[in-house]
Design a protein around this ligand. Structure first.
Ligand code: AMP
Length: 289
């Protein structure tokens, strides 16, 4: 059974009647295989699930794509319907009919995680992560789910949410699910559809560079000059925002006991901003230069 819900009141009264475990998958809709992989995992690991579809204005900057962000609710619901479910498993889709269903009238609170949000995407998208943590906090409160599923695609976002859960002792376990890519290696994203075919070719440089940096790191080479050379090659159709290697545990610099590194990149192809990352196990064998 799939049930579409559009108001918080309706959801709250349904929530009271759900017994068994609930898994939450927050999304902004326009679902693709990346989202569906999260939903499938939630279906496997929970009695029932809640998928939220909400384009959250608080996480968009004034010159970003909030207005033109693709909204495709009917198609999204058909995709969710097509997924296999266990017998008697309930799937709820909460697609709020208005902002006040998520942020009640005169809402003026902000959930902010310091530190982790002040690097990488936080530098070029001021306020973005405050918008993310504020909406995810609201969704956690509404859902009262035991587990919640996020994509590694937005790795910094996951780390920020993980930190919020820990700091505020929220009663939910958060899971980070692998990145789903197309057959050329481009990480799936709702924003890929803004790209022309030519730009899609250009965009492949992101995953390609991440792979090159990851292999260089695995071979214990000094990656500094390689990254510097890659970053130099910005032009009018392609602008790098960052390419960095950090400790995947805390997004701090690598050190000799780092277990897993993460290579993260962000670039703009035309006006479309893309992000991607790769995890690289180092098992505490990183050579500090
Ligand atoms: P969004 O709708 O873009 O807010 O994404 C909703 C969730 O789907 C987030 O936790 C994303 O990290 C995750 N997600 C988006 N793209 C992918 C992908 N290509 N692979 C895996 N997860 C993804």
């Amino acid at each position: 059974m799939i049930q579409l819900i559009s108001t918080r009141q309706e959801w709250l009264s349904i929530r009271r009647q759900i017994s068994g475990s609930l898994g939450l998958v927050p999304t902004m809709g326009n679902l693709h295989q990346g989202h569906l992989s999260l939903i499938e995992r939630a279906l496997q690991e929970n009695d029932h699930i809640l998928v939220t579809i909400f384009v959250n204005p608080k996480q968009f900057g004034p010159n970003e794509d909030f207005e033109r962000y693709p909204r495709t609710l009917e198609k999204d619901i058909d995709l969710i319907k097509s997924l296999e479910r266990k017998k008697d498993q309930k799937v709820f889709v909460f697609a709020p009919s208005s902002m006040t269903e998520v942020y009640p009238e005169n809402f003026s609170s902000v959930i902010q995680v310091k530190g982790l949000t002040e690097k990488l995407c936080g530098l070029t998208r001021p306020g973005h992560f405050d918008g993310v943590t504020t909406v995810v906090y609201q969704l956690f409160q509404l859902a009262q789910a035991q587990q919640a599923y996020f994509g590694q695609k937005d790795f910094q976002q996951f780390k920020v949410i993980e930190k919020m859960v820990k700091d505020l002792a929220l009663p939910v376990t958060v899971h980070c699910c692998p990145i789903v890519r197309d057959d050329q290696g481009l990480a799936l994203s709702s924003r890929n559809q803004y790209l022309t075919n030519e730009q899609k070719e250009v965009a492949l440089i992101l995953s390609r560079h991440l792979r090159l940096i990851a292999s260089s790191l695995k071979e214990k080479k000094n990656t500094g000059p390689l990254i510097a050379e890659m970053l130099e090659k910005s032009d009018t159709q392609l602008t790098w925002e960052y390419l960095e290697i950090l400790d995947a545990h805390n997004l701090e610099e690598l050190n000799k006991s780092t277990e897993t590194a993460v290579v993260l990149g962000a670039l703009k192809v035309g006006s479309t901003r893309l992000i991607d990352n790769l995890l690289v196990p180092l098992n505490g064998e990183y050579i500090v230069r």
